[in-house]
Design a protein around this ligand. Sequence first.
Ligand SMILES: Cc1ncc(COP(=O)(O)O)c(C=O)c1O
Length: 396
Amino acid sequence: MIPYGKQSINDDDVAAVVEALKSDFLTCGPKVDEFEKAFAEFVGAKHAVAVCNATAALHLAMLVAEIGKGDRVITSANTFLSSANCAAFVGATPDFCDIDQQTHLMCADALENMWTSDIKAVISVAYAGQSADMPRIAEIAREHGAVIIEDACHGTGGGLERDGKAYRQGGHPWADITTFSFHPVKTLTTGEGGILVTDNDAFAAQARQLRTHGMTREQNDFSGLGSDSPALSEQGQWYYEMQQLGYNYRITDIQCALGLSQLKRLPQFIERRREIVEKYNTAFTNRDWIKTPTLTCEQDRDHVSWHIYTLLIDFEHLNKTRTEVMAELRANGVGSQVLYIPVYLQPYYRNTYGYHEGKCPQAEHYYERCLSIPLYPDLTNSQVNHIISSILNLFS
Ligand SMILES: Cc1ncc(COP(=O)(O)O)c(C=O)c1O
């Protein structure tokens, strides 16, 4: 069975993990710092804070931006649950912007039209790896003083080009915070893992403290335990303070060792993903029952890091339901996935916020027709050809 996504692990990755396992630190050691520095440098950001998964990174993004009760946070309707749940974690109201009809990313016009004064953050999602129109989204959000977060969980290593200048996601000036996921189906994996990147010193410092229980061991930050008693005011090497309510969102040295090894391989991963996308695009163009993913703009062609390849299929034209199509593909050894159900249609969102069908018509239309087919670097050309013929045979 060819899954829709899969990690690529080679001997170098295994050796890196074994080395970490044999070292003095399994967690809170040097590999975490090393990975953070290497990742920040790679994307072109000042700070990177690595955590146990991207959901934690999104939660920290909300906390450091001081989003809370009474605030509204807008994300794309076409995303994974975490992009919205993070707002609910902090008591804010997650709300959803419809997607652009062509790019299927957050629609800047829709964002502008839905703006209300309680919107304090916008989380734009780099669905499939492509950034939405970030300059325009940033312009709208900044005019109202809202924080801009790019959920680039799909986009590791990718970027965009504007006015002749290329940027990586995490390194462009149109987001205050960017988050990435290192789940095994993502472009780079640490098993589970995520990272928050930012140029903002205060955001980074706060994220670091909240990642580990709100604790500090920095002498300059100590405020004391509130007593003149010599025993209580003693502050040796062992001393630490909890200054706010934090979490255990730490990532291990074992995971970061894998991340460092994968980072070296990332350019090849991206290249191979692009090659497969080109093969798919060539095979599936000019057919009236199938639509290939649209590039947001031509300049981005050599910058996008494709995470998923989602076809839009006219199931009525095929005279088959999507479930039947997926079963037919599975019978041929080809996995597929539906990405995504508009988040606000989930029972939790309907029941808690009163959202219902019709809220984001473009996202609903997309959901009705989308089907993601396998995309990962270790796919062989013969597997790609088999996937292509299995899809084309759906119509025969
Ligand atoms: C767009 C998006 N955001 C957030 C996440 C959450 O990532 P993680 O599984 O690392 O928590 C995912 C994971 O699938 C995702 O696809």
